[in-house]
Design a protein around this ligand. Structure first.
Ligand code: NDP
Length: 280
């Protein structure tokens, strides 16, 4: 068994992004990302800070807007409209979740698709679905990148995705299909889950349940990507995969932390590069 080192792969990609940012800046287009946080959710504050830090490290311009919990939907939409028009901002991201009085779909729809670096706008989801992506959704793109940079060919492989959220599971399935995998998607109503997961050459798990996938659910030699980020009863960060058991069986596996996690922001930076290039 070998561990897929998400931190090392992420650092490698970020150094490539930094070089691209320098080249773009030399041509007069410094990649710019605006991040909007509404409210004071502590986890969101950490995510936003990490995104800002990552932008600084690769030489992007970044603007962070921290808005009060009481901000109205109209006020948020007005800010997005201003950012849509700004030439120095290539990517706009509204950190989720937004407060309950704001409709997240309305917010996503307000972002100019060309600046939707999270790849949540229906136009961008449609383009991904039809095989003509403008951006790639960050977490699933990170997973595909980890598989490829570990030297694994996805083409023709049995790929099983556990989870069907709009942010991870569904786009993950579409992306593995685009790589010519034979894809099965599982969810909470799947019958005989272990039977399905045991078929996987490549198993991607995104369910949000600490150490749910056990050794008996995995085929010997499988490649296992663990998207989960949970706190167990002792407050420790855990994945959706029981690492101690599954690492004995898999050929390659991502740890939590240090696997898929670091790749999400890296792919956000990559999308911002894509958006900046389109503005050249
Ligand atoms: P959601 O809660 O939106 O979706 C969970 C999915 O898992 C659903 O499709 C659900 O099925 C399925 N599911 C739940 N229980 C079971 C079960 N017992 N058996 C099979 N399927 C099940 O979660 P997300 O997709 O947003 O996130 C999943 C995990 O990934 C979380 O731990 C989250 O923190 C993490 N995450 C990590 C990121 C990173 O950067 N590393 C980014 C995003 C998420 P159903 O649809 O039937 O309800």
């Amino acid at each position: 068994m070998a561990i897929i080192d998400g931190k090392a792969i992420s650092a490698q990609i970020r150094s490539e992004i930094k070089a691209e940012a320098e080249a773009l800046t030399a041509k007069g287009v410094r990649p710019g990302l605006a991040v909007i946080l509404v409210g004071t959710d502590p986890a969101s504050q950490i995510y936003v800070r990490n995104k800002q830090k990552a932008c600084e490290e690769v030489g992007f311009y970044s603007d962070t807007y921290t808005l009060a919990e009481t901000t109205t939907e109209k006020e948020l939409l007005d800010l997005i409209e201003i950012l849509n028009l700004r030439k120095d901002i290539h990517g706009i991201l509204v950190q989720s979740p937004v407060p309950k009085h704001i409709n997240p779909d309305t917010v996503i729809n307000a972002i100019l698709p060309e600046k939707d670096v999270d790849c949540f706008h229906p136009e961008n989801v449609g383009k991904l679905m039809t095989g003509n992506p403008r951006f790639l959704p960050c977490t699933p793109a990170g997973v595909v990148e980890l598989i490829k940079r570990s030297g694994v060919d996805i083409s023709g492989k049995e790929c099983v995705v556990v989870g069907r959220s709009n942010i991870v599971g569904k786009p993950q399935a579409i992306m593995l299909l685009a790589e010519n995998g034979t894809v099965t998607v599982c969810h909470s109503r799947t019958k005989n889950l272990a039977e399905v997961t045991r078929r996987a050459d490549i198993l991607v798990v995104a369910i949000g349940k600490s150490e749910f996938i056990t050794g008996d659910m995995v085929k010997p030699g499988a490649v296992v990507l663990d998207v989960g980020m949970n706190r167990n009863s002792e407050g420790k960060l855990t994945g959706d995969v029981n690492f101690a058991e599954v690492s004995e069986i898999a050929s390659l596996i991502t740890p939590v932390p240090g696997g898929v996690g670091p790749m999400t922001i890296t792919m956000l930076l990559q999308n911002t590069i894509t958006a900046a290039k389109a503005a050249l």
